[in-house]
Design a protein around this ligand. Sequence first.
Ligand code: LLP
Length: 412
Amino acid sequence: MNAFEYRNGELHAEDCALNALAEEYGTPLYVYSRTHFEHQYRRLAAALKDADPLLCYSVKGCSTGAILELFRGMGAGLDVVSGGELFRGLRAGFDAEKIVFAGVGKTVDEIRYAIEQGVGFFTVESEPELERIAHVEGELKKSARVAIRVNPDIDPGTHEYTCTGKGDTKFGVDPATARRLSLRAIEHDALRLVGLHTHLGSPLMSVDPYEKALEVIRPLCRELKERGPHFRRLDLGGGLGIPYRPEEEPFDLDRFAKMANAAVGELGLQLVLEPGRFLSGGAGVLLTRVQYVKPHPSKTFLIGDAAMNDLLRPALYDAWHGVNAVRQTGETVCGDLVGPVCETGDFLARDRELPAAEAGDLLAVMNAGAYGYTMASNYNSRPRPAEVLVEGSSARLIRRRETWDDLVRGEE
Ligand code: LLP
């Protein structure tokens, strides 16, 4: 499904012309399609229905309250990695039982908050973390649930910064340690071992790494299912990719589902997944208005009003996002789409064929729904953009644009 399409040469989000939204709400502007979020969630739920999955939308992808509420309405759970994300989830009305809490550095305060709220389980990433959770649980006289995160030492083929499944990263523990910690959790009065977890990286374009990871953790699942009275979940994390470039093949959801359905069926476990990008990536675009066209002997710089502080992915990972003219002309130019931030790394597209825009024209940076707004900052004292959610022909502001006053709020 593509929620962003041209009609009479004008790029639309569902039935809303992006030009009109930019006029009304200003730029830079994030625009999301409600139908796209829903479509992706339902596709995933349908493909995995045999596994009776708990689909925990990964909040870090796109965390605005209205979007979380939308996922809650469809029956999703949440994957959170901080007290702040848990707060957001609870505020959006999620049942704490359906929230899973990952991350290598959970503080005592975060653990206490999560136990008090009754989160579904903690994904435990190290031995000292397991001890800390047990300690806080003992203090609160509650017993909360844990799943040990296995690092299967598999290369998922992602950018090195977003690869989490290799043995030399900070994430999870090796299978032997996972076994030892799992047995310890089974024996500990204050702990309940409810499952195993793994997350390989993001984005994955192939199902192969998931299959390899399953080979590593399957025997451990079997053993723990026998020995752990509460052991009933297999959490395969997130990472399901989306195509960013036109030539990229979509993630093979059918093959993934077949593999996951078969694995949990055979093991007699419930599947948990933590998809972020797959659900939100294609649902958003970032609109930027060209301010200047700056010729250069070797290329043309299109200087827009959106920058690396609004969408960090190209600067941080050299990530590729499509750039479309909101009003189609068909003419192209070779060069960079850059922003006003004072860094050479401030580009949204580099050394590419881009729409031949003029000052005042609008461009849409595609597939910006995941890790777009959530990674935005105020660098160069730039207020963060507004966010608009479209449904059919109606559009709703779901987060107002920050003001200069917002920039200094909180300063003493
Ligand atoms: N579960 C865990 C434990 C994770 O660490 C992540 C992502 C997810 C689930 C969701 O992954 P997804 O389904 O969205 O691929 N900022 C980077 C991506 C970082 C992902 C971090 N962890 C980017 O812009 O590509």
